[in-house]
Design a protein around this ligand. Structure first.
Ligand SMILES: [Fe+2]
Ligand SMILES: [Fe+2]
Length: 260
């Protein structure tokens, strides 16, 4: 089974990259399930019901979130009714939505877990402690499990992945919007990459307008960031999962663009 995991979709440019590149890619590479991080998909901050529907319409099966989950208040209107969209499982108790879900492909059930790191992203429970609390019940109802670990620190992502190696088919990092070159299969069969990268405008700072970000950097004055425009790219990783083992045999990074 081939799972395509797509890095943070940033605004309109990111959605355009999905619309332009995903359908062809999906048929060419025999992709069974598509999972994407959508925490920046509406104007760079959060998600709306309309944007989620648009992304599902392009062929995305499951959307994960991150530290920008609540930025657009529209999410509160639909998160509890949308099983294909999840937010970090290790948020504090009492918040809306769910932190894991099951995506079906034929008879195969893929469990998707979303977690958020603690380094520079304070206010969440320990991702490992919460993973250990939930994993046996998720294993009981799925054939394989993949994790979007949304975090800033490379060391935290690697430490978590090695702690759960052999328990899940994949741990993929999101949040930094910069694709790393360390895609690998860990010792006990878990596919890993520190960060999937950016799906959005190429000529940008992490998907946002360069002038906006530079002005903030130069003056530290408050200001609005807008999503960058122009040529776009889709970044992520393609993972081959052995559904009988619940582990992975291959992971490779992907980048689709018509610019280069
Ligand atoms: Fe992001
Ligand atoms: Fe993030």
């Amino acid at each position: 089974m081939n799972i395509l995991f797509i890095g943070d979709i940033v605004g309109r440019a990111g959605r355009r990259a999905i619309r332009e590149f995903l359908p062809e890619f999906k048929s060419e590479d025999n992709i069974d399930i598509v999972i994407a991080n959508g925490e920046n998909s509406a104007g760079g901050f959060g998600i709306t019901a309309a944007v989620a529907e648009e992304l599902f319409g392009y062929g995305i099966d499951c959307i994960t979130m991150g530290n920008h989950t609540w930025n657009n208040k529209d999410i509160f209107s639909f998160i509890d009714d949308e099983p294909r969209l999840i937010r970090p499982l290790n948020y504090l108790p009492g918040v809306p939505g769910k932190g894991w879900t099951i995506i079906k492909n034929g008879d195969t059930r893929i469990g998707v877990i979303n977690l958020v790191g603690q380094v520079y992203l304070e206010g969440n429970n320990s991702p490992l402690m919460i993973f250990n609390e939930y994993i046996s019940r998720i294993e009981g109802v799925t054939d394989a499990i993949v994790v979007d670990f949304h975090a800033e620190a490379t060391g935290e992502k690697l430490a978590f992945a090695n702690c759960v190696d052999g328990r899940v088919a994949a741990v993929v990092g999101t949040h930094t919007h910069v694709q790393t070159s360390d895609a690998m299969i860990l010792e006990s069969g878990t596919a890993y990459i520190t960060d999937l990268g950016l799906t959005g405008a190429i000529d940008s700072i992490l998907g946002m307008d360069k002038e906006d970000v530079m002005n903030k950097y130069k003056t530290n004055l408050p200001g609005r960031y807008s999503v960058a425009t122009g040529d776009c790219k889709l970044e992520g990783a393609l993972i081959s999962v052995d559904k009988d083992e619940g582990l992975s045999c291959n992971i490779k990074t992907i980048r689709r663009t018509n610019k280069f």
